[in-house]
Design a protein. Structure first.
Length: 228
């Protein structure tokens, strides 16, 4: 029996069959030198404790609620693999913004400018260590205006495992740019999160069709464990 996908029940089967018939969604596989991106996994995106979305946004308006904490548990598993193997781990993250740097985001989502300082701290369960690379960013893509590509070239990475949030925003933006740089991209579907379940599913479908291999964390770890 075919494995169910997060977008089943949201993307009509007829559309899925049409994509498949056109040749979209083929897997590209992973290379031999993976790097892990943990994007914006800060308290401002999950809250200090797991709560449903409607409660979570009372603490941080940018929170995705308890779905974020479920993804954190999966990211922790992936991070353990990378720690054991000594593979590179990079943390693209939003830093507090100064008045001169508000940009159009302040017009579109003004609440993001008033997040308390605690919100910008990394979630302790998967916090960076001394050898990890921190990448403050100002825009959705982890590549835009950052030295991410330079770091990846330096460590000779050929595959990016992309985790974090939001699926429809910073994750997708980073995945599209990674694809444009000709990296192989793998998105563990349960290690990314979004405040909208529908947007999460639709964007996973689109990434799987065009830009990345999308699979469960279990499947991703099996592929990583198989590397020499």
């Amino acid at each position: 029996m075919p494995t169910s996908k997060p977008w089943d029940g949201i993307i009509p089967q007829e559309e899925q069959r049409a994509y498949n018939a056109a040749g979209f969604g083929r897997t590209t596989g992973i290379g031999q030198r993976p790097a892990l991106l943990i994007i914006d996994v800060q308290y401002r995106t999950v809250g200090t404790v797991p709560r449903p979305l409607r409660e979570a946004i009372a603490e941080f308006p940018t929170s995705c609620g308890d779905v974020g904490w479920a993804a954190v548990a999966q990211i922790r598993r992936l991070l353990g693999v990378f720690r054991r193997r000594g593979w590179p781990v990079l943390y693209p993250h939003v830093a507090p913004k100064e008045g001169f740097d508000y940009g159009r985001l302040s017009d579109k989502v003004p609440a993001i400018m008033t997040v308390a300082g605690k919100g910008y701290e990394f979630v302790a369960d998967i916090a960076p260590q001394q050898q990890d690379i921190l990448l403050p960013k100002k825009h959705p893509s982890a590549f835009f205006g950052t030295p991410l590509a330079s770091y990846l070239i330096n460590c000779r990475a050929d595959t990016l495992i992309v985790t974090g949030c939001t699926t429809s925003g910073c994750v997708r933006g980073s995945v599209v740019d990674a694809f444009a740089y000709n990296f192989r991209v793998l998105v563990p579907q349960d290690a990314v999160y979004d405040r909208s379940a529908t947007s999460h599913a639709v964007n996973l479908f689109d990434m799987a069709a065009k830009y990345a291999d999308v699979m469960s964390t279990d499947e991703a770890i099996a592929k990583l464990d198989a590397l020499s």
